[in-house]
Design a protein around this ligand. Structure first.
Ligand code: ADP
Ligand code: MG
Ligand code: MG
Length: 220
């Protein structure tokens, strides 16, 4: 199986922070049209929290970088805060704190998981989001971007991390785009029902950006 490189955790989280911060206004606009309008603020608050954690904790391992991100999300309200928080916590668990040569999973110098371990962690994160959020595929949530990404990773050539994550990003973007055609059954967006027809779900769009950050990080 492919490895992700010792810089993957730093690059993944730095790019996630950049891309979500840049998209916060647009994501907030989507939630104004399809939900209750607070998602932009929630994203900005989560990213500010993550930045503070990064500054205070100076992460050096994959797990520490992912922890700074998941703790940022867990400090935020709404539905997305806890769900993205638990999602990134599952991704964090894929890394190792044991250091190189310990024989533990993903134990290069920064405890970075292999592509296979990262793919499994994404699947674990999906299961956690669905367990607590109770959304099914097609309910117009972040799950609609995550599920196709997890499937694409399972089907991908495990020897090429950049190509596998590119396929996952493509699938996540297509899944997010398709949420424009569906009616929300979960979260505040479910209160507006068919009024949100034609509007992409903001959480799905954000999830596609996260998978895109992983793809860019793997590409180096
Ligand atoms: P809220 O819906 O409580 O205002 P946010 O605006 O912070 O929460 O986040 C909205 C996003 O969270 C939605 O676009 C959707 O993708 C996601 N979401 C909401 N409820 C759920 C759920 N039960 N399961 C999975 N994702 C959800
Ligand atoms: Mg909202
Ligand atoms: Mg809300």
């Amino acid at each position: 199986g492919a490895t992700l490189g010792e810089d993957f955790g730093r690059a993944f989280i730095t790019l996630t922070h950049e891309t979500l911060t840049a998209a916060a206004d647009a994501l907030g606009d989507l939630d104004r049209r399809a939900g209750d309008g607070d998602f932009g603020t929630n994203v900005r608050t989560a990213m500010k929290g993550a930045a503070t954690n990064i500054e205070n904790d100076a992460p050096s391992s994959y797990r520490e970088w992912l922890t700074a991100m998941y703790m940022g999300w867990l400090g935020v309200g709404g539905t997305s805060g806890p769900l993205f928080g638990m999602f990134f916590r599952d991704l964090a668990k894929a890394g190792s704190d044991q250091g190189p040569d310990s024989g533990e999973p993903g134990s290069d110098a920064t405890g970075t998981p292999t592509l296979e371990q990262f793919a499994q962690a994404l699947a674990d994160g999906q299961a956690t989001v669905q367990k607590y959020g109770e959304a099914k595929v097609g309910d117009k949530t972040m799950v609609d971007a995550l599920d196709p990404a997890v499937v694409a990773l399972k089907d991908a050539d495990a020897s090429d991390a950049a190509a596998a994550l590119a396929a996952a990003e493509e699938a996540a973007i297509a899944g997010a785009r398709d949420t424009a055609e569906s009616t929300a059954k979960r979260g505040r967006a479910s209160y507006v029902g068919d009024a949100a027809k034609g509007v992409i779900d903001p959480g799905a769009a954000a999830m596609a950006l996260v998978i895109g950050a992983a793809r860019a990080a793997a590409a180096g």
